[in-house]
Design a binder for this molecule. Structure first.
Ligand code: CP
Ligand code: NVA
Length: 331
């Protein structure tokens, strides 16, 4: 498998075998890290992390993965580069491509990361756009494998905003890896028709199903993985909180939902999560709408079934695999 020079912009661009290869590589890197074995395979290379939205996991995962691989890392925080305001995306890509061996971008439309990718001349990695979050998917798949030993034939249910970047990406990831995928959300938040059609074709080839339903109990029955995400994503207007809360409260992941799932079911969330009142937004929502927890009950989030911190750690191992595969020599 040779992925050298490739961009990593969305999972639709990668074959099932290529995703399998990246997951295998991620498990290897995790073992090396746990054993404390040096793996500075990319010594002498440099990468830049271009962020137009905030981040904890993605930024830190790229930084630590970069350092572990022996690379130099530059972080450009939101609003700190010339991109967009004073310099076009194309020109920014060309400049960064002359200095760096790889570029990570987190920001708004998928079009921006695609433009960077076709102009940089070095690999560009998508660290989240409005449409997709592909590096998150590798960490999610890795965490599922750690718990079930395989992916094919499992049932994963996404409860919540069914057309956000994480839901879109999960639909692609599950279709490609043979996981039966269900979205439980109000109809108006189902993913867009075109993406559903594309994924249905992929799912058919991999003998798995895609289901969209407004009935959360029917959706989560016997599921192996219950997944949720915030009800309002970065870049969306604060004005939509009220309507989202109304639309998505029935899709909150509760203890009852977890009991309805398979007895070995796990809970995943890309994080950050509003599961208590220990955040400023969580407090504001409580004061305005009286809600103490949002997309997931604190009891579920903190339960044994919740694997969210393994999932967060796995961001680093999987991102390392992506950078190594696209930048490095075969090992
Ligand atoms: N899951 C995720 O992308 O987290 P950050 O927003 O903290 O990077
Ligand atoms: N859907 C969320 C994911 C955060 C990792 C957002 O875009 O804000």
């Amino acid at each position: 498998m040779n992925l050298k020079g490739r961009n990593f912009l969305k999972l639709l661009d990668y074959s099932d075998e290529e995703i399998r290869y990246l997951l295998d590589l991620s498990h290897k890197f995790k073992k090396l890290k746990i054993k404390g074995k040096d793996h500075k395979y990319l010594k002498g290379k440099n990468i830049v992390l271009l962020f137009e939205k905030t981040s904890t996991r993605t930024r830190c995962a790229f930084e630590v993965a970069g350092y572990d691989l022996g690379m130099g890392v530059t972080y450009l925080e939101p609003g700190s580069s010339q991109m967009g305001k004073k310099e076009s995306i194309e020109d920014t890509a060309k400049v960064l491509g002359r200095m760096y061996d790889g570029i990570e971008y987190r920001g708004f439309s998928q079009e921006i990361v695609e433009t960077l990718g076709s102009n940089a001349g070095v690999p560009v990695w998508n660290g989240l756009t409005d449409e997709y979050h592909p590096t998150q998917m590798l960490a999610d798949l890795m965490t599922i494998e750690e718990n079930f030993g395989h992916l094919r034939g499992l049932k994963l249910v996404f409860c919540g905003d069914g057309r956000n970047n994480v839901a879109n990406s999960l639909m692609v990831a599950c279709s490609k890896m043979g996981i039966n995928f269900t979205i439980a959300s109000p109809k108006e938040l189902f993913p867009n028709e075109e993406l559903i059609k594309t994924c249905e074709k992929i799912a058919k080839k991999n003998y798995c199903t895609l289901t969209f339903t407004e009935d959360i109990m029917e959706a989560t029955k016997d599921a192996h993985v219950i997944y949720t995400d915030v009800w309002v994503s970065m870049g969306e207007s604060d004005d939509i909180w009220e309507s989202r809360i109304k639309a998505l409260k029935p899709y909150q992941v509760t203890e009852e939902v977890m009991k309805n799932a398979n007895s070995k079911a796990i809970f995943l969330h890309c994080l950050p999560s509003f599961h208590d009142l220990k955040t400023t937004i969580g407090q504001e929502i409580y004061e305005k709408f009286g809600l103490k927890e949002m997309e997931v009950e604190d009891k579920v989030f903190t339960s044994e079934k919740s694997k969210v911190f393994d999932e967060a750690e796995n961001r680093m191992h999987t991102i390392k695999a992506v950078m190594y595969a696209t930048l490095g020599d075969k090992k």
